[in-house]
Design a binder for this molecule. Structure first.
Ligand code: PSU
Ligand code: MN
Length: 303
């Protein structure tokens, strides 16, 4: 039984050892509003291609897990309502019941590893939510990074999260957190935070080397690359702080928790900033796609 369906383009690239970048789909269904979700999904694929790699957007459609979607499939997903948000726990159940679901960072990593794709670009990973010490709302993305050998390029954990505790969990799990080209950890909408990143690298080649060395050492799990949003597109932390606080108060008042929390906060923050945060979100995903393509190219050269 084949558990994963590769698009013809992705299958060809894999067979020839060409660079491939996995892309997630929760950002399409739960992370951005229509029509920016569709525009961004298309644009990010174009960015990956322009940087010399093949994009593989991952999702479950009518029970089939795909790596590489056609334009029509991306369009369907972007327009769909009430799509399941799939993580490690619910991926197989969605496939077994013929459902349709978008993949989070965790589920996308699982699919990418199954397809032999080592590099993946997203916006921001999940992490420890504010108040997580009581709610225990800690994203399965963190555990996935400790298990599945994929290098994930993000713009930091989303700044709606408890960043110091998120870093602590990643350290406990033995996940390398690598800031790209700077010492401080980027904070999604902001290119920098007060926190220093545990590791720093300045080239895609170094990141690819570290990925290969980890594999040779038999170390389970992937790497997290935190790529700062370009300065021209960032919103400084001082401006984001009150907006995030307001969105969190709203979530609290409405009793929103669990899987619905991250999508709610992102939507609220996009609204509160008059879509400025959305523009920044789009810019950082595109920036991550370009770096991921460079890393994939280095891995392909080394392989
Ligand atoms: N990056 C974005 N927007 C998003 C996400 C990432 O720019 O919506 C998604 C990813 O799929 C990530 C998920 O896995 O948010 C985290 O959800 P949670 O906090 O419920 O684990
Ligand atoms: Mn959660």
């Amino acid at each position: 039984m084949s558990v994963l369906s590769l698009s013809p383009e992705v299958a060809r690239a894999r067979a020839q050892g060409l660079p491939v970048v996995a892309l997630e789909s929760t950002i399409i269904t739960h992370g951005m509003p229509w029509p920016q979700n569709l525009e961004t999904a298309r644009q990010v694929e174009a960015d990956v291609r322009e940087a010399g790699a093949v994009p593989a957007t991952i999702a479950v459609l009518d029970g089939t897990l795909y790596a590489g979607l056609s334009e029509a499939q991306i369009d369907t997903l972007a327009r769909a309502r009430r799509v399941a948000k799939l993580s490690r726990a619910d991926l197989a159940a969605c496939m077994a019941t013929g459902g349709t679901g978008s993949t989070t960072v965790a589920a996308t990593m699982i699919a990418a590893a199954t397809a032999g794709i080592a590099t993946f670009a997203t916006g921001g990973i999940g992490g420890v939510h504010m108040g997580g010490e009581n709610s225990l709302d800690i994203s399965a993305d963190l555990y996935e990074l400790s298990k599945t050998p994929v290098t994930v390029v993000c713009a930091g954990a989303k700044a709606i999260l408890d960043l110091p505790r998120t870093l602590e969990v990643l350290e406990t799990l033995g996940v390398p957190v690598i800031a790209y080209g700077q010492d401080t950890l980027p904070a999604f909408w902001s290119s920098s935070s007060e926190m220093n990143a545990p590791l720093r690298m300045d080239s895609a080649a170094q990141i690819a080397q570290a990925h290969l060395i980890r594999a040779n050492l038999g170390l389970a799990g992937g790497q997290l690359v935190a790529n700062p949003v370009p300065r021209a597109d960032e919103i400084p932390q001082s401006e984001m702080r009150p907006v995030i606080a307001q969105a969190m108060m709203d979530a609290d008042e409405l009793g929103i928790a669990g899987k619905a929390l991250t999508p709610f906060l992102l939507r609220r923050i996009h609204d509160l900033t008059g879509a400025r945060a959305l523009e920044t979100n789009i810019a950082l995903v595109r920036n991550n796609a370009r770096l991921a393509a460079q890393i994939a190219a280095e891995l392909s050269k080394a392989g």
